[in-house]
Design a protein around this ligand. Structure first.
Ligand SMILES: NC(=O)c1ccc[n+]([C@@H]2O[C@H](COP(=O)([O-])OP(=O)(O)OC[C@H]3O[C@@H](n4cnc5c(N)ncnc54)[C@H](O)[C@@H]3O)[C@@H](O)[C@H]2O)c1
Length: 449
């Protein structure tokens, strides 16, 4: 495979594994279009969706709990993890929920291939570390299964093309499990945009602003975790899909509009050294080493239709959690940080308005219908609504709310921003993963429960 990078090399060759490797993988040219396959068929009426899960860490546990809440609509048939004790833990947890014991796969880091090939499944979901997402998704689709991956879908431009090529060749769904698209305020904004409240869309601002060094970058014993390996060696907007997923749906990205180019800039990196010095001591190797990722990365995107987006990646400096979610059009704007709105002709003077009456008017139909079931599940209920929709779409044989083109359009911001940061914020063009289809593809509608 000409475009495939060795993912273990990325994680082990410290000096080369940052921008250099990403540049090496930046094959922006289009591949030959594989022949499209027939659309997936509905499942037999009432049949559960049969699922295999790869990766039973923090997120895998949460996904199992959300899936379990969908009752007889799902059957979790197989679980894979490199750590055998995690597979046993998953089996015990599912039995404790009154479910059959899933088959376990724990024979090394490529054992997901056996799961994909041997199990009778409709979909393989993965909550493994980032560098395994593409190998797992590709193995699943090539074994005739749909796939749904945790975020981001891919780490390099090369990997994005691999997902597109494989989804097109096999006709299987490749869905990003982007739960933020199902957040209550994000869906309310989608409903407002579809109903014209904000006017014509002009701009959005969103940020992954989440101080999350403990348990994500370092463990309590002073080791660098897999996520920390990325932060140590890469500089850019490394985790872009929570910010840009909802924005992409508001702006019809890959469905009438397309990201055209971005520029990206990072501040210096201080937070990881300061955190390590405070928790492990000033002489600890994690306190004295260099980290690539700047504490605050800012990325600007312009779309083909002239809309603009500001994205922040801000995870290393102490701060409250805030995804921002500003959506601005020709009539006014919603500002998620404040949870307030301004609409010309409706709001008084130049004052923000409380969102409550608007929420009543523009609550998304999925939230109206599912709120009681969703609340109490992860991320304010967004995890439940995401999983509910995916499972219902699979059962009905209809297109999920997002597809492989969305997954890669949102994920590729990470490697493209790395290129821009490494080259004095120069503009970097987005590849057209849809091969021109974005002009005809229909925007996501206001889907019902
Ligand atoms: N959508 C969200 O809100 C959200 C929240 C947290 C994490 N995530 C995503 O979920 C994924 C997992 O994150 P996490 O925090 O659970 O990480 P984690 O380290 O807690 O869990 C990862 C698990 O994958 C296993 N694993 C590693 N390599 C594997 C392989 N080759 N085959 C099978 N299993 C393998 C590990 O043993 C571990 O159990 C990441 O992509 C992350 O970005 C998403």
């Amino acid at each position: 495979m000409k475009r495939q990078l060795d993912r273990r090399e990325f994680l082990t060759s410290g000096s080369r594994a940052g921008a250099g490797l990403v540049f090496a993988g930046a094959a922006l040219a289009q591949a030959d279009a594989p022949q499209p396959q027939p659309a997936p068929q509905p499942q037999p009426a009432g049949a559960p969706v049969r699922i295999g899960l790869v990766g039973y860490g923090k997120r895998g546990r949460s996904l199992i709990s959300t899936l379990n809440a969908l009752g007889p609509d799902v059957e979790i048939r197989a679980v894979c993890d490199v750590l055998p004790e995690r597979v046993t833990e998953a089996q015990t947890a599912l039995e404790g929920m009154g479910r059959p014991k899933p088959t376990g796969y724990a024979q090394g880091e490529e054992d997901f291939r056996r799961l994909c090939e041997q199990e009778d499944l409709d979909i393989v979901m993965n909550a493994a570390p980032w560098h395994w997402h593409v190998p797992i998704c590709v193995a699943a689709m090539e074994a005739g299964k749909h796939t749904a991956t945790e975020v981001p879908a891919a780490v390099t431009v090369e990997e994005c093309w691999q997902l597109v090529d494989t989804a097109e060749k096999t006709g299987k769904h490749c869905v990003l499990l982007e739960n933020c698209c199902y957040f209550r305020n994000a869906m309310m904004v989608l409903n407002m945009v579809r109903n014209g409240l904000l006017g014509e869309m002009l701009h959005a601002e969103a940020g992954y602003q989440h101080y999350r060094i403990a348990n994500n970058v370092f463990d309590a014993e002073g080791n660098l975790l897999w996520c920390g390996e990325h932060e140590a060696r890469r500089d850019g907007c490394l985790y872009p899909t929570h910010q840009v997923g909802p924005v992409g749906q508001w702006m019809n990205i890959t469905r009438g509009d397309q990201f055209a180019y971005l520029v990206s800039m990072s501040s210096k990196s201080r937070g990881l050294n300061l955190f390590a010095a405070k928790h492990f001591g000033p002489e600890h190797p994690l306190a004295t080493r260099q980290y690539a990722l700047g504490d605050i990365n800012t990325t600007l995107i312009r779309t083909e239709n002239g809309l603009t987006i500001t994205l922040y990646h801000d995870t290393q400096a102490p701060r409250p959690y805030d995804l921002i979610y500003r959506a601005q059009g020709t009539n006014g704007l919603y500002m998620g940080t404040l949870d307030k709105i301004f609409i010309e002709g409706r709001s008084q003077g130049d004052q923000w308005e409380d969102i409550a009456p608007y929420l009543e008017e523009y609550e998304h139909p999925l939230w109206k219908a599912l709120q009681q079931n969703a609340l109490g599940h992860g991320h304010g209920g967004g995890d439940y609504i995401m999983m509910y929709r995916l499972i219902k779409c699979l059962q009905a044989g209809i297109e999920p709310d997002s597809d492989v083109y969305d997954a890669v359009a949102w994920s590729v911001i990470a490697p493209l921003s790395e290129m821009s940061v490494a080259d004095k914020s120069r503009p970097v063009d987005f590849p057209d993963f849809t091969r021109g289809k974005w002009r005809e593809r229909q925007p996501l509608g206001i889907v019902e429960a």
